[in-house]
Write a protein that binds this ligand. Structure first.
Ligand SMILES: *Cc1c(COP(=O)(O)O)cnc(C)c1O
Length: 449
């Protein structure tokens, strides 16, 4: 097995368990973690990483794990992607930080140019860079408020936008993201989303949009609304893909009513869904688009890109931050974007979708606990329910994920009800590894009562 497996970033692309999981070194590290790290910082896996490459993570005991998580949709170009490693090494030797707001550098400008070119729409754009997804979402709201002179922000059921005060207010799920952390920022309103698996069959995209817009008009009023913020496919909320027509109807309403339409593509961006951005799927052109996660091959970077007249409405000095657009992160982003374009990773994501869905639909046909297989590209969800109902089965979901972890597959869960398994492999993963991970998944599902 080892001999035939290709090597990426020095890591043989195969699964191998040389100890039980977690092994002795991971267990010792977990003891130190418990004693030293705040317990509010949880971990999905019980093993500690030692190195990673392509679609494999090697733990401190030498086990090779198959990565179906990509560090939460971050290492889309693969872990240790060769172009990213080289670009960062070159940049770290040149300079590590000057602060773009003090002594600017070209990497930041080049990332802004790339995002202006690649994001949906051919209007004139500007970009500002930040560190995290939440920080970029906050800045999109700041920009929309200044540009419109209004305050209200509408978000949706099942939304996830981050863990800062404003983005906690925007996030739907209480536990664990919000519980006990309030009071939250005001002027945030929640509307119903389109969730085809849980909506009545009569609720198509148009009907779901009308349902949301009616509530917004009655309870908020367009004249009070600065921005509508939505994930084109909801991530943490359960990989919820709205019915066709839902997003275009929302955008049309925002245009008519002077509301800034903000697409939070932090999880869906950069080829993850089989298009460069998930908005591209239905030709949706957001006024502002927020990106992070997959942008820089694992280095912390985020961005707000949008209409020049909105972005430039903010006074000089109003946007920024000490580390925003750090030179190492910018070098990594340029290399990640080059990789996505040169290797046509959007096409690779569509291949991954075909492979995973073909296998998962076959599993679903024989297992009534699988309520739905959905998603686009390398962002695929399996929603687990009590057979014959849509009642969420969070306990089964947790057990299946834990069994997959013990078998050497990094697998994440999501969903407001905690009953969705999400498959987010790096696009550098081989078909052989994907098949093996799906074999493991089928086995653990069969073995879990
Ligand atoms: C992860 C995520 C965020 C928050 O990003 P951080 O970098 O963790 O702050 C915001 N929006 C969406 C859709 C996300 O998936």
């Amino acid at each position: 097995m080892t001999d035939q497996s290709p090597t990426v970033a020095g890591v043989s692309q195969h699964r191998a368990l040389v100890t039980e999981l977690p092994g002795p070194r991971s267990r010792a590290l977990m003891e130190r973690k418990t004693a030293a790290v705040a317990s509010g910082v949880g971990t999905t896996m019980q093993v500690f990483a030692a190195r990673a490459g392509g679609g494999v993570v090697i733990d401190v005991d030498g086990n090779h794990l198959i990565d179906l998580g990509s560090g939460i949709a971050v290492t889309t170009v693969g872990n240790g992607a060769p172009r990213v490693v080289e670009a960062v090494q070159e940049q770290v030797a040149a300079f590590t930080h000057t602060c773009f707001m003090v002594t600017p550098y070209d990497g930041y400008v080049a990332v802004a140019e790339a995002l202006n070119r690649l994001t949906p729409g051919d209007h004139e754009k500007r970009t500002a860079l930040f560190n995290s997804g939440a920080e970029a979402v906050e800045n999109a709201v700041k920009i929309a408020r200044v540009a419109t002179g209004k305050h209200g922000v509408v978000v949706f059921d099942h939304a996830y936008h981050g863990r800062t005060n404003l983005t906690m207010a925007m996030t739907a799920k209480n536990m664990p993201y919000k519980h006990g952390f309030g009071p939250f920022a005001p002027e945030v309103y929640r509307a119903p989303v389109s969730y085809p698996f849980r909506d009545d069959k009569t609720v198509d995209g148009q009907v779901a949009a009308a349902r949301a817009l009616d509530l917004i008009e009655k309870q908020v009023g367009a004249e009070n609304l600065a921005a509508m913020v939505i994930e084109p496919i909801q991530g943490e909320g359960g990989f919820i893909e709205p019915a066709p027509g839902f997003l275009p109807a929302l955008v049309a309403w925002c245009r008519e009513n002077g509301v800034v339409f903000v697409a939070d593509e932090v999880q869906t961006g950069f080829a993850r869904t089989g298009d460069l951005f998930a908005c591209d799927h239905e030709g949706v052109v957001p006024d502002l688009i927020v990106t992070a996660k997959g942008i820089a091959g694992g280095l912390p970077l985020s961005a707000v890109t949008g209409r020049a007249e909105l972005m430039d409405a903010v006074h000089s000095g109003g946007l920024g931050g000490t580390y925003g657009g750090n030179p190492l992160a910018c070098a990594a982003a340029l290399a990640a974007i080059e990789t996505i374009e040169a290797e046509d990773l959007a096409n690779r994501a569509r291949q991954v979708e075909r492979l995973m869905k073909e296998r998962l639909h076959r599993l679903a046909a024989n297992d009534a606990r699988i309520g739905e297989v959905r998603g686009r590209g390398a962002m695929i969800a399996v929603e687990l329910v009590v057979p014959g109902t849509t009642t969420p089965d969070a306990a089964l979901t947790k057990e299946v994920a834990a069994a997959a972890h013990r078998a050497g597959v990094i697998l994440l869960t999501c969903g407001t009800h905690g009953n969705v398994l999400r498959l987010l492999p790096p696009l550098a993963i081989t078909d052989a590894l994907l098949h093996e991970a799906l074999d493991v998944f089928a086995d653990v599902l069969a073995d879990t009562p």
